[in-house]
Design a protein around this ligand. Sequence first.
Ligand code: TRP
Ligand code: SF4
Length: 400
Amino acid sequence: MFDDRVLSGMRPTGALHLGHYHGVLKNWVNLQHEYQCLFFVADWHALTTHYDTPEVVEANVWDMLIDWLAAGVDPALATLFIQSRVPEHAELHLLMSMITPLGWLERVPTYKDQQEKLAEKDLSTYGFLGYPLLQSADILIYRANLVPVGEDQVPHIEFTREIARRFNHVYGREPGFQEKAEAAIKKLGSKRGKLYRELRTRYQEQGDEDALEAGHAVLDEAASLSMGDRERLFGYLEGGGKMILSEPQALLTDASRMPGLDGHKMSKSYNNTISLREDAKSVEKKVRTMPTDPARVRRTDPGDPEKCPVWQLHCVYTDDKTREWVQQGCRSAGIGCIECKQPVIDAIQKELEPIRERAQVYLDDPTLVRNIISDGNDRARKLAAETMRDVREAMGLDYS
Ligand code: TRP
Ligand code: SF4
């Protein structure tokens, strides 16, 4: 509708690894060239599960930011910030909690799933139940319309859409809405204004979807319109009230999963990761000691790449020719496993080298990251404040 705005967050609960790089960060790096992007450290979300080990969160905030920068997230293109440095998220969370039915939160699938998965932790807390609502606040406060997330987070985006809809329904009818909308139409100019009225009538009387679309186009083209008037006229067109919070969409990250050192998905909890800061020696050692097809006990035993986790890494990292060489050599016992692993080791080293180098710059001078984030926090706060002004006004909280 308006210029697309992308927002995503990550919880600072551990060192980032190649799974994060291939699954998330490479995607962010691409998006930052196409959209206005906001990426933030979700430290409050981390505390919902790590409330008794805050030192874990504290230790990972700066390291995670360094990893983002090292991976190529560019602070000149994207806004990077820390959630807790923008307290407006908490205010919106609180205000939205007034209209959030408990049942909606209890029904979000991650609620029960995570409680079962992390059974050793007591997650029957108010904060944890509210996790999806806090995430909604993160998104809605920037009026972000695209949210890059993995499959598991889709219910949270759907939840966010429902909360936005409910909020607009309950608070969207500001006093004097009609008068304000009529005044805004005048600002469109006589020709555009007349067209807008015709399209509005056609949509509202005949349900003509084309007219609705054309009406949106008229508003999109009216460059001089203020944000508030624009939203009013969108709402007026459709016959509803003012759209205070806008519904976001999930931007599904390619589901291809990054295999870990044991053939399962790469994940901290499986202890099968290569971290983004892994040094060259350790990368080599980890790949060299990876399990292979169990049938290849001796060098002379033929193997089957389909039964080998190393093959999965070839699929991520090497070219067709090398893979053909693996298929032939493995099945005929023409190559040994150490030989087979070398191109994977080389490719990972090549990928990590520039990342390690960039990370070093930030490790050598911590003020660099501090300044980037201080900048980003300021920018984020400014955007968040705009939405909060509208939200407070809609809820009757702008006492003056
Ligand atoms: N819940 C997300 C995760 O675990 C992290 C997150 C918090 C987030 N707030 C967000 C992601 C807002 C996208 C948008 O991955
Ligand atoms: Fe795996 Fe390669 Fe050894 Fe075959 S040769 S078992 S694919 S490591």
